[in-house]
Design a protein around this ligand. Structure first.
Ligand code: NAG
Ligand code: NAG
Ligand code: NAG
Ligand code: NAG
Ligand code: NAG
Length: 589
């Protein structure tokens, strides 16, 4: 009792002292922090990488935070929403902040137009987007991903971003995320109105990278369907014409089962990437992640995942001798051709056979490339006729046995089946489907044939429609490699020949590589190669030389013209000596 006054005096004094010291420490800290941070925080350069519409990888490379364009190097902070969480995120190492935006009091009498930082079901927050942007923009260089669960929050939020951008403060990529389509296993979807969302972004803040996703549900014991082709196509229809960079958020636990669709989607634009995400209870498999990694370029996938899966995955990725598994229907990138790499680097390898029948062994040049197999059909003593690999000298080896012998071959290679006998088409596709289902075909596979269709209808070749139907029905996971019959090519690739082939292949989900005779390109309609490449973003052209009558001099002009058109999407299936001559020609020029 007696000391009450004195004690409280003392308390006041101590409180004052503490406040002063804290203020001092803070001031010193800030000054130190400032002086220490300024030189160590590199300025963002070049300007092209330091804008809201910049590529996230370019931006982080320019800051020196990552060494090269690999989505696996990017680190994420989730739900940096409340003041406390935002503070923790800002003082941590994560390179990109992900935060959820809604409007205050959403769907209640208290609803306002103020965007706040909260994840449903929360509709109040101690942090508004205005405060969040002020703090994040002034105290960090972290990338920004804003996740919208309601269309109501989008407009006012983009207005805020617009204002900060016009003041020159948003020198970093901004991603705008919303689930705009109904996805797998969702009984009642509460996605954001797609047209409303996309129109709003175009109108108010077209600088953003779009991150449009599907609502999803995953329960270990519930229905476990994955993204369907229709879902992925619907998304492409919605966003295909948008000019922005787009990263599609995909639930990692479901990605592998839907890989054919996502492989197709990634092939539709250079501006596309995927962001794999995980809900905390999702049993994401490291093997699935490795599969995605092997079948995409490093800049095409971001991995927004939890531990311990993320570290296990990174460790396995670092193992250069790890066995890789490729999607048969994928492109030659990255297995045989680096992203953006020269198509001339891919070689076609012709096998030889030692022995005959059941004891035959296949031999290959000791090189990387596409193994070219000419396929015929042989009557079997019992049962159905079997597809065989035709080689010179009349030796016989079944396709199945050939592919099984190939399977353990190390190094980088794919298979190109040329269906020389039309009746071998479906049996060959059946062999591919069978071996693939057993895991014996982890390589890119091309299936090619000389087609008969429209203005190039020639009996004895595979009917164009039948080619498409057989692939679709028996084994759709291939690249198609159609060519024109030699019989119609006397005056090169004429207008109608091109038009009919393009019409036939229109809308195909598979990558297509049109097979052209080098010797005929010189006398063909201008822009033959360009016309075919324009068929789809995934289309490629393979210039081959199989008309033995031509010398290199006769095909030279065609080869160089094709090459001048496009370096990455034109391949060359040439005899070794022609290839050498072409390389020499290119080096000379
Ligand atoms: C609206 O706000 C008032 C005052 O802040 C609060 O008492 C009330 O619970 C809110 N109503 C709803 C439906 O959230
Ligand atoms: C989505 O928004 C557009 C206008 O932006 C509207 O026409 C359409 O009806 C909306 N769709 C749904 C399902 O609410
Ligand atoms: C769903 O689960 C079944 C049984 O575990 C499995 O065979 C199937 O591949 C799963 N489907 C997907 C799409 O993951
Ligand atoms: C890398 O992978 C190979 C093949 O799976 C395995 O044998 C080897 O032990 C792995 N190396 C490391 C360092 O993990
Ligand atoms: C290889 O065996 C097939 C029968 O399986 C036979 O028709 C063919 O003549 C044999 N070829 C050679 C070169 O021995």
């Amino acid at each position: 009792m007696a000391c009450r006054k004195g004690c409280s005096d003392n308390q006041t004094k101590w409180t004052l002292v503490s406040i002063v010291s804290v203020a001092l420490v803070l001031t010193i800290g800030m000054v130190l922090g400032f002086t220490m941070q300024q030189p160590t925080r590199p300025d963002c350069k070049p300007d092209a990488a330091c804008r809201p519409d910049a590529d996230m990888l370019d931006y982080l490379v320019s800051l020196g935070q990552i060494s090269h364009r690999d989505g696996l190097l990017v680190t994420w902070y989730h739900a940096a929403n409340s003041q406390a969480d935002m503070g923790a995120a800002l003082s941590g190492n994560a390179m990109v902040l992900e935060a959820d935006v809604t409007v205050e009091g959403l769907n209640t009498v208290n609803e306002s137009e103020v965007p706040i930082m909260a994840h449903p079901p929360a509709i109040y927050s101690d942090n508004t987007l205005q405060q969040w942007l002020e703090t994040v923009l002034s105290t960090s260089q972290k990338g920004i991903k804003l996740d919208f669960k309601s269309l109501k929050a989008v407009g006012p939020s983009l207005d805020l971003l617009r204002r900060h951008t016009e003041n020159g403060r948003v020198r970093r990529p901004v991603w705008i995320n919303a689930d705009i389509l109904r996805g797998p296993n969702v009984p009642i979807s509460v996605h954001v109105n797609a047209t409303g969302f996309l129109a709003m972004v175009q109108e108010k803040y077209p600088e953003a990278t779009l991150s449009p996703g599907w609502t999803t549900l995953y329960l270990a014991l519930g229905p476990n369907r994955t993204y369907t082709r229709a879902m992925v196509e619907e998304m492409q229809e919605l966003v295909g014409a948008m000019p922005q960079r787009i990263t599609f958020p995909v639930r990692a636990v479901m990605v592998r089962a839907a890989w054919p669709h996502f492989s197709w989607l990634l092939g539709q634009s250079e501006r596309y990437s995927l962001t794999l995400w995980q809900s905390s209870s999702d049993p994401v498999s490291v093997d699935d992640l490795l599969y995605v990694r092997d079948n995409s370029a490093t800049h095409q996938i971001y991995y927004d995942l939890f531990e311990p899966v993320l570290s296990q995955f990174k460790q396995l990725v670092a193992n250069a001798t790890r066995k890789q598994i490729y999607y048969t229907g994928g492109s030659l990138i990255p297995l045989l051709q680096p992203p953006g790499g020269d198509g001339l680097g891919v070689e076609w390898l012709v096998p030889g056979i030692q022995g005959n029948g059941s004891t035959a062994k296949i031999t290959f040049p000791d090189k990387e490339g596409m193994v070219l197999l000419n396929i015929g059909l042989q009557e079997a003593a019992t049962g159905d006729p079997v597809p065989i690999v035709q080689v010179s000298g009349g030796f016989v080896l079944t396709l199945e046995s050939c592919l099984l012998q190939l399977a353990p071959r190390p190094g980088r290679w794919g298979v190109h089946l040329y269906i020389a006998e039309p009746t071998a088409l479906r049996p060959s596709l059946a062999v591919l489907a069978h071996l693939s289902s057993l895991g014996h075909l982890p390589r890119p596979v091309w299936v090619g044939a000389t087609l008969s269709y429209g203005s190039f209808e020639v009996p004895g070749h595979v009917a164009g429609r039948e080619f498409l139907a057989a692939v679709a029905e028996v084994f759709p996971h291939v690249t198609m490699a159609p060519g024109w019959p030699e019989e119609v090519l006397d005056s090169g690739y004429g207008e109608q020949l091109l038009r009919d082939m393009l019409e036939l292949c229109q809308g195909l989900r598979q990558p297509v590589s049109f097979q052209l005779q080098a010797g005929l390109l010189g006398q063909s309609v201008a822009g033959t190669v360009a016309r075919l490449l324009a068929a789809s973003p995934q289309a490629t052209v393979t210039v081959e030389h199989s008309l033995t009558r031509d010398s290199y001099a006769a095909v030279r002009a065609g080869l160089l013209a094709a090459r001048a058109m496009d370096k990455t999407r034109v391949y060359y299936r040439l005899p070794q000596d022609f290839r050498k001559d072409l390389l020499a020609d290119i080096h000379r020029n």
